[in-house]
Ligand binder design. Structure first.
Ligand SMILES: [Zn+2]
Length: 223
């Protein structure tokens, strides 16, 4: 046991009598590697570590299952934005580690175990659900973005409308839709206040020349 820990601490290659056994099938060689599975369903959030050591075949199978589960059920909570990519990236790195191992064999000199390495699971990208869930998410995001377009309507345009705070300082003006209550209409947009004949509003170094809205009192500009 001491030898085993030593080899892990010193990072010596896991070869020879101190090598690790696969935690699932007991074969060698195995690498100290963990895979991660994230489940994020609105308020139900889990992040599991599936700890090795794993031989090449068991590691690959575990990695594929954990990654596919993350892609299917790990995209549906706010924290999934961080946790799902974290799990996937760590799994891809762990996959590289187990694929670098030789074919698993029973430890020499030991009675052969009746456990066999796990059969290779179906690759993640060949699983329909692993594509389907992200595709659904992408569609939802696209629909929401598209549905949001009216509220993202550009208001700071010529003939757009402006409302002032009660104090009537131009600095506290907001662009609004013209079917809402408004105080002024944008007559032109200039690069300098001097190009405005009358009152104007400055935002981000753009100068919005203004005319009073019908029925509104004359505008007072406070530069
Ligand atoms: Zn194994």
């Amino acid at each position: 046991m001491t030898d085993l820990i030593d080899s892990q601490l010193t990072g010596r290659p896991e070869k020879g009598p101190t090598a690790l056994d696969c935690v699932i099938c007991g074969h060698v060689p195995a690498a100290e590697v963990s895979f991660y599975r994230h489940v994020g369903l609105v308020l139900y959030v889990r992040f599991n570590r599936i700890q090795g050591p794993f031989c090449r075949d068991c590691g690959l199978a575990r990695m594929r299952d954990a990654t596919a589960e993350t892609m299917i059920s790990g995209l549906w909570s706010p924290v999934s934005v961080v946790l799902a990519p974290l799990a996937i990236v760590r799994n891809v790195l762990g996959r590289r580690t187990v694929l670098a191992l030789d074919k698993p064999v029973p430890r020499p000199g030991q009675p052969e175990s009746n456990l066999a390495p796990l059969p290779p699971a179906r690759p993640v990208l060949r699983r329909f659900k692993a594509w389907f869930a992200p595709a659904v998410l992408a569609t939802v995001i696209a629909v929401l973005t598209f549905a949001d377009l009216p509220s993202a309507e550009k208001l700071d345009v010529v003939n757009g409308c402006v409302t002032f705070d009660n104090i009537l300082y131009a600095d506290t003006a907001d662009f609004v839709r013209c079917d809402e209550k408004h105080d002024a209409v944008i007559t032109s947009i200039e690069a300098s206040w001097q190009d405005c004949d009358g009152p104007y509003l400055e935002k981000l170094y753009r100068y919005y020349c203004l005319a009073p809205a019908p029925g509104a009192p004359a505008l007072v500009n406070v530069p």
